[in-house]
Design a protein around this ligand. Sequence first.
Ligand SMILES: [Zn+2]
Length: 179
Amino acid sequence: MVKLPVRFNPAKLAEEGATYESVIPLRQFARFSDSLESSDGEVRVQTRFERDGNGRIAAQGQFSVDCQLACQRCLQALSQTIESAFTLTFVADEKAAEALPDEYDPVILDENGNIHVVDLLEDEMVLRLPVAPKHADEAVCRSFGYPGEAALTEADSTQTGQSGRKNPFDVLKDFSKPD
Ligand SMILES: [Zn+2]
């Protein structure tokens, strides 16, 4: 395997036909790491470039990243590996991207036909972020102080009981008070 340059020309790499790989520090993906508990870590990517029958250049590969998300139950860090395969088609500009049939996933090149590896992968990575990450085992969350689903429901109803419902005899007490 060949090391993928940080910035590269996909058309050139398609001619070489090699499989490229790279390990990129997670902190370079600023938009993606904004959603994480920590930007420590690495993104591993492997990809090939090829020209299809219509002369379009595409990247086919997969990435994998170990990241720290915030658990939606206990709010503590949760380690999760996000990995996915991708097929991306390179286009020159926004207009060319819109002209592509729906089944293509476009990536826009700069004016010299180059692209930075972060711009290649970041949209795909953001798409794969879990919406509501949780520890698989609720017992883990409880060990971090999460009271559990049942306890929360109970606490909810107790609170409504105290603030929402007034004792009707409270009113009578006021009326029956001797002056
Ligand atoms: Zn949790």
